[in-house]
Ligand binder design. Sequence first.
Ligand code: AMP
Length: 368
Amino acid sequence: MYQYPFYPLPPQPSTIAPQKKLLKDKYEVLQIELGSGTYGKVKLVLDHVDKKKFAIKIISKSYMKQIFATQHILNELNYLQGCKHKNIVEYIEHFEDRDNIYIVLEYCGQGTLEELIKKKQKFTEEEAFHYFYQIAQAILYLHEKDIVHRDIKADNILLQNSNVKVCDFNWSIFLPNGGKAKPCSCGTTQYMPPEVIKKEKHDKGVDIWALGILLYYMLHGELLFRAKQKEELNEKICNKQSIKFNEKVSKECLQLFQQMLAHQRRINIQQVLNSDWVIKMLKGKQSQNSLELTPIKCKSIGQESTRVSIVSDSSRFSNYKFTAKSLYTESPFKQNNLNQGVQHPMIVRSSALDQNNPAFRVEKRYFY
Ligand code: AMP
């Protein structure tokens, strides 16, 4: 029989039920069902005090008897509690009564990305980028914390006023020090990379592959790999079938697909965010919103380039002070040479941070 591997958790204490509390003491449960899963239902509740809306996951204790259920719920609790990011659904609290475990989450009222794709059929590149960029920011945050989500898919992307909130950490895993996860069949088949299908060890690359599949889905209205039988689906994923793209997809986007869906040497999330397509789309957004970027003047020394780049809002990058005075700062982004697989640090000779939107920065870079 296939052995389900143990999932390491990030180093923080977690128990399923820290306190006994009655649901009705704090919340009014509305008869609106937001969704359901194998564990039970997700309902809309109102806080008694300020009437604020929340979503509550009601997990039946009888479900906890099922194989692996405890590990999945522990994962969900641990990672939700440990993550605070504007593109990750916010954990509020959890408690239990005799029959159920309850997880209270921020309410995302606009449904899921899956529902939106079904409704809209196809997104333009600009529309797809709006969601893609936010999901990529969530993945960047997770990967910096050495957390791999392992079930990135349209159903796990909640929408709140067109903001993206990644949810469902059932399959997530903590992989510190560039570690690899033991082989296991995790996530959702259509979004699984070849290494997971082939039951090989895997790493953060699974989220990159899934993000590529999701981007294709948004742009085409259908999943890249589809088949009636599981075996056929597995074969399509593993045997580099030639991928048919909508002819309107730009060359920068095609290049990014290729790099995200690479069987070997897949790019990482920083490289995704620093790809030509992302930069092109950010520039487009910038001109649409007429954001003003302070021009920078710099003497030419060595090989220099000017480009719009992205400042992560993560704590690691936020220490960088990207102002016009920040000469010779090392960029958080690396100059990647895909052919040789080497990453060169970049020196930012000067840069300007957009005052209205910290996602934009102009850098004069000196590659060495
Ligand atoms: P999950 O078990 O996390 O995959 O949730 C199942 C479904 O419940 C989702 O597909 C959503 O439709 C809904 N749902 C889950 N969490 C929330 C939330 N925080 N706000 C609104 N709907 C949610």
